[in-house]
Ligand binder design. Structure first.
Ligand code: SF4
Length: 83
């Protein structure tokens, strides 16, 4: 598995293999738990422009942002939160 280093990439762009597992996990989330698609895209757009994103991971919380953003009850760990 080739892993590319990319500061503003998401996990799906760094490692397709790793993202496949994450994608399956996100898809398995109950609809009541999962962030609606439009809001999910908005959250990821914000992460993409954030200086704390590093190879798909938020440097403030250590989460893969694609997973954190997928759970509607969670918020960005910045103070104040960016989403
Ligand atoms: S601080 Fe917030 S906006 Fe920035 S990468 Fe982390 S979760 Fe995303």
């Amino acid at each position: 598995m080739e892993v590319r280093a990319c500061r503003q990439c998401f996990l799906r762009e760094v490692s397709e293999d790793a993202f496949q597992n994450v994608y399956e996990y996100i898809a398995s989330l109950d609809e009541a738990v999962r962030t609606p698609e439009e809001e999910y895209a908005r959250r990821l757009d914000t992460c993409r422009a954030c200086g704390e994103l590093l190879s798909g991971m938020c440097r403030l919380c250590g989460c893969f942002v694609e997973v954190r953003a997928a759970k509607r009850a969670l918020s960005c760990p910045a103070s104040p939160p960016k989403w």
